[in-house]
Write a protein that binds this ligand. Structure first.
Ligand SMILES: [Zn+2]
Length: 389
């Protein structure tokens, strides 16, 4: 019955591609995701799900979709973000908002990252009725993963959803991922004061202060590299990159202010909060007694690392179904928000990260049926036959 009220998978994929939902920290590109959200909500409603549109405080026009079928203490979440990155106008071979098929691929903005997966999750979910389920099946579509992660954060602050397992369909080329690094992006500003270069006593040179600050930061980096190590990752230590610096104007003026932006990629077992506090401590210590003022700012709130143990029932099931050992990847996801709610979380999706965030984003049509079959297996195992934890 429910299948009759949900459009075909191809229609759902086309419907999501045709609902622009760019998210960006630049307000010129940022869009509401309401059209995409209402479509997903309508399909889930048609399939018998209890559906909630969660408004996101402080982000008007942005919502999460939460659809729940069945009830129980365990259960499975299928999650994806509705938003896409902005696109390069004129560099696409076809309209980025029209689903196009050629050479065995689907093309469209977000097809791989990750509107294709969301439609597949709805399709797999719609094949089940509440009566069949011993544990809940939950479909989540979030806002703004590509920019502020406000959607994932709003879920975790509302303690939603509740389940034991979660699959996030980010593009992993059908291979399970159980670990990724976390990210912080921070700014530090050193403030002195200006004066004529001919007499250093007239000013206080912020570039010289920054020199001390950078030395402190690089020493901290050395300690992080020494202290933390994880062989699962290609780059096995935390990294700290100096990415941007701005200060001064003229060679004959003492530089009054200098600002540096840096990022830190942290390993499982480390947290954004801890590393942010330590980095600030080191910078403060490096400038201690120098007479410079120092100001700190976070360029975004940061993403924690993800780590789901290899012994997790979900990791094992994913390895069995895909025939691949679970891996660690370099990109971050909303996984840590779900992990904090107590869910064993695996990243597994049909798209390929190598085609995401660029013109002519594609998804191999040959991956669609195998992905659907896998989702059905997961639902069967974690919702229908009610696997113990
Ligand atoms: Zn993504």
């Amino acid at each position: 019955m429910s299948q009759l009220r949900t459009p075909s998978l191809r229609e759902m994929i086309a419907g999501l591609i045709h609902a622009p939902s760019v998210s960006s920290v630049n307000p010129d590109f940022d869009m509401s995701n309401l059209t995409a959200a209402e479509r997903i909500a309508g399909w889930l409603d048609g399939a018998g799900f209890k559906v909630q549109l969660q408004e996101i405080p402080g982000h008007p026009g942005k919502v999460n979709v939460i659809g729940v079928l069945g009830r129980g203490p365990g259960g499975l979440v299928l999650a994806g973000h509705m938003d896409t990155v902005p696109y390069d106008q004129g560099r696409w071979a076809s309209d980025p908002f029209t689903l196009t098929e050629r050479d065995g691929n689907y093309y469209g903005l977000g097809i791989s990252d990750m509107k294709g997966f969301i439609a597949m999750a709805v399709e797999a979910a719609a094949r089940h009725k509440p009566g069949e389920l011993k544990q809940p099946l939950i479909v989540i579509a979030t806002a703004d993963e590509e920019s502020s992660m406000c959607g994932g954060r709003a879920l975790s602050e509302a303690h939603l959803p509740k389940a034991r397992y979660a699959i996030i369909g980010e593009p992993t080329a059908m291979r399970p991922v159980h670990m990724h690094k976390g990210i912080l992006m921070e700014a530090v500003k050193v403030i002195g004061h200006s004066g004529h270069s001919s007499d250093p006593s007239l000013g206080k040179n912020a570039l010289e202060g920054m020199h001390r600050a950078i030395a402190g930061l690089l020493q901290y980096r050395g300690e992080l590299e020494h202290k933390y190590h994880d062989h699962h990752f290609k780059v096995q230590t935390p990294t700290l990159n100096l990415g941007h610096i701005k200060g001064g104007d003229n060679p004959n003026r003492i530089c009054p202010e200098c600002e540096l932006h840096f990022d830190v990629r942290i390993l499982p077992g480390m947290s954004v909060e801890q590393v942010r506090a330590e980095a600030r401590e080191r910078l403060t210590a490096a400038l201690d007694g120098s007479g410079f003022e120092v100001e700190f700012r976070s360029l975004f709130r940061g993403t924690d690392p993800l780590q789901t143990p290899g012994t997790s029932a979900l990791v094992k099931a994913a390895e069995e179904l895909t025939g691949h050992k679970a891996e660690a990847v370099a990109f971050a996801t909303e996984g840590p928000f779900l992990q904090k709610l107590g869910m064993q979380t695996v990243i597994l999706g049909p798209g390929d990260i190598n085609v995401a965030h660029q013109p002519n984003e594609s998804l191999p049509i040959a991956n669609v049926e195998p992905m659907l079959k896998m989702l059905e297996h997961f639902i069967q195992r974690f919702c229908v036959t009610s696997e113990p934890a």
